[in-house]
Design a protein around this ligand. Structure first.
Ligand code: SF4
Length: 432
């Protein structure tokens, strides 16, 4: 077996693409993975372009790879930065052997045997490609349900790196989920840029089906116990979807609702397609149907044109909703986006001050929320061994919880009573 070293940056979709790459190379080219860069015959980096930081990280990583690699080892660049930089990567790092875009994963064997190959067609359709199977975890299975995105949020590079939105046929998804459950996974995690827009377009002529229907069909898989998904779009949060989310016992009661901004004016400039009022209305509906739901979100501060009042609107939503988790960032201009050309940029110091203020407010809210968990009991699915003989897992509400234990607990459900509170992980004792 030849040795493959693969580094994955970015989101869960990149992690699933890396699993597909490993599966193809194992089946087609006799590779197995190694954690030892110096021992690798092939070195891959699966890249992310959502902000500038991961892009600059790419070229520093490539330099290290080139220094440490075996003489005849090959280097390949995959993922979103591959899609938007293409052959510029080889110009800047001539020792790179090939470049494979995020929408061309199924061509990995092809480019491996064609030196200086650049395959970055962002609308190459592999939505019906049956990838061989490889999973990093046997307990939880990530499953792509669509690829690409048809929205045009003015700050986002994804449509330029992952192409138009195409849904993967429901029969392929159910087959993949059943195979993962047969392999030991009790939880599946559905992935897409806009999962609740599922079924709007397939590559072939397919029966019309929406996300709610997909969730209902997947729930029929007997041994499957938990369904999670990311990322739903607030615009597509209709009542049917929210009611199914609330009443379906297999759907985990944690919802990611990317807000981005709490100002309707800024949301308009971002072309998000909804207002502050709509977002709050959907949260109200969600909590009416599912009072214990945990809600997480994404927020961009200092988007061009964001005034102090706009920012206060964002803080107002954060104080009203009291999110269980916030992924917050300063606006990072991305190439090939509309906002890249917006001139009314926000001063860098103001941007940092706003981000710090937002994160401090959220931390206080999180501490208050976590404190209410003391003494409560949660159903936890154990997935990871962590240091000091602890095992960790997640509750239905996506709370990370650890208990004293060994690998016998991995892949098992237990009821856990919370005994102490941390900011990112709670500690408890098994009660059943
Ligand atoms: S919905 Fe908007 S933010 Fe999300 S991937 Fe599509 S363009 Fe980007």
């Amino acid at each position: 077996m030849k040795k493959l070293f693969i580094e994955t940056l970015g989101c869960a979709m990149n992690s699933r693409d890396s699993e597909h790459i490993i599966a193809q190379l194992r089946e087609k080219d006799n590779y197995e993975t190694t954690d030892d860069l110096k021992d690798a015959d092939l070195i891959l980096i699966n890249t992310c372009s959502v902000r500038e930081k991961p892009v600059s990280k790419l070229f520093s990583e490539l330099g290290i790879f080139n220094k440490k690699k075996k003489v005849d080892a090959k280097i390949g660049v995959c993922g979103c930065t591959a899609s938007h930089l293409g052959d510029e990567i080889i110009k800047r790092a001539p020792y790179v052997n090939f470049v494979l875009g995020a929408r061309n994963v199924s061509k990995i064997s092809e480019v491996l045997h064609k030196d200086k190959a650049v395959e970055v067609d962002i609308n190459y359709d592999e939505s019906e490609f049956a990838f061989d199977d490889f999973r990093t975890s046997t307990y939880k299975a990530f499953i792509n349900i669509s690829m690409g995105c048809d929205k045009s949020c003015t700050y986002c590079i994804v449509p330029k790196t992952r192409g138009d939105e195409i849904s993967i046929p429901i029969d392929l998804i159910i087959r993949e989920a059943s195979r993962a459950v047969d392999g030991g996974a009790k939880e599946i995690f559905l992935l897409g840029q806009n999962v609740n827009n599922y079924g709007r377009r397939f590559s072939g002529d397919r029966e019309k089906v929406n996300f709610t229907k997909l969730l209902q069909e997947l729930s029929k898989i007997k041994e499957l116990q938990r369904i999670r998904f990311t990322s739903p779009h607030p615009f597509h949060m209709d009542d049917e979807f929210i009611e199914e989310f609330a009443k379906n016992p297999k759907i985990c009661k944690s919802m990611h609702m990317p807000l981005q901004s709490g100002s309707t004016k800024v949301l308009k400039d971002m072309k998000r397609g909804y207002s502050k009022e709509w977002f709050l209305n959907r949260v109200k509906k969600l909590r009416q149907e599912c009072p214990d739901v945990s809600i997480s979100t994404d927020v961009i501060v200092a988007f061009p044109g964001e005034s102090d009042e706009d920012f206060e609107d964002t803080l107002d939503v954060i104080n009203q909703v009291r999110f269980n988790q916030i992924f917050s960032f300063k606006y990072s201009p991305r190439p090939q986006t509309q906002a890249e050309h917006f001139t009314n940029t926000v001063d860098a110091d103001i941007a940092s001050t706003r981000l710090t203020r937002l994160q401090n407010i959220h931390t206080d809210i999180l501490d208050e929320i976590n404190a209410t968990s003391l003494g409560k009991t949660y159903r936890v699915y154990f997935e990871n061994l962590i240091q000091d003989y602890y095992v960790s897992g997640r509750s239905d509400e996506n709370i990370v919880i650890k208990v004293k234990g060994s690998d016998e607990l991995l892949g098992e459900f237990r009821d856990v009573k919370i005994t102490s509170i941390g900011r990112t992980i709670l500690t408890g004792e098994i009660v059943a």
